[in-house]
Design a protein around this ligand. Sequence first.
Ligand code: PHE
Length: 341
Amino acid sequence: MKEQLANIKSEALAAFGAVDTPAALDELRVKYLGKKGELTAVLKQMGKLSAEERPAMGQLANEVRAALEEAIETSARKLEAAALEAKLKAEALDVTVPGRAPKQGHKHPMYRALDEIKDIFVGMGFTVLDGPEVELAELNFDRLNAEEGHPSRDWSDTFYFDEDSRVMLRSQTSPMQVRAMDTMPLPIRIIAPGRVYRKDEVDATHSPMFHQVEGMVIDKNVTMADLKGTLNLLAEELFGKGTITRFRPHHFPFTEPSCEMDVQCHKCGGAGCPTCKGEGWIELLGAGMIHPNVLRMASIDPEEWSGWAFGMGLERTAMRRFKIADLRLIFENDVRFLEQF
Ligand code: PHE
């Protein structure tokens, strides 16, 4: 029996040492120490021993069992450590592998034109304002000297939210003139870009939603010469040195006198071509000296202060700036078009 125990011990220890998976280790544990295991079988024979032999043999058997249990424990820990090692290796992150470059987009051509416009005016000390697209008719019309019955207030031109025509989608950025007068200390130099809405059918030059940039200066001794000088500078900065402009008389309720500014066609130099529809000139913006009524309604004394304002179409400017023929291209966002800029 002594021999039997010694054999089991050496055999089992060798087996435990060589085992390479937790499942195999468990199988071995059952094989030696399980209810029907080899060591258990030997212990069951203890009863046959004489009373003198039994204690020594019992002690030996216990020692063998303890040795086996310890060997199992050691093997289990070794396997666990090996498994962890393998897992760490498998999940290792190689930080030196070159990354996948994200596909980078770029600014929409209209916003590039807007960025240029902002830069030009910020450089001259203007503040850039943002305003609501849902506007009160009071600011879009009343405070801009557009009396009840003015054609631009018509339901066929303007998107109203209510029966009484008091709340609307702004039809121009000009209400930002009033918001600036109501909130900012004088003198004021602002531009205010944003979306405006009119009931126009979509075609190559019209859209029910488009963008304007409003500009306004209120100071002492401001004249039409300041307006023309500033807008000529704008045209040269946007379209290149030597760009020729033309100021035509016009009418707006909130400016007096009023004008429109055209830029000479870059394609034909004023002779007339398809780009300028034979006109030789491309209309860019409306402008004028702020009407004294508008100043008065904002509690600004027109005897002391004067100012000018302009409103330019942003799509139209971007079209001229990047030689785009059709307004719809600006809104369709076809990447084949956008990637050209
Ligand atoms: N708001 C005018 C328009 O939409 C443009 C404008 C702005 C004219 C400021 C004069 C002064 O046509």
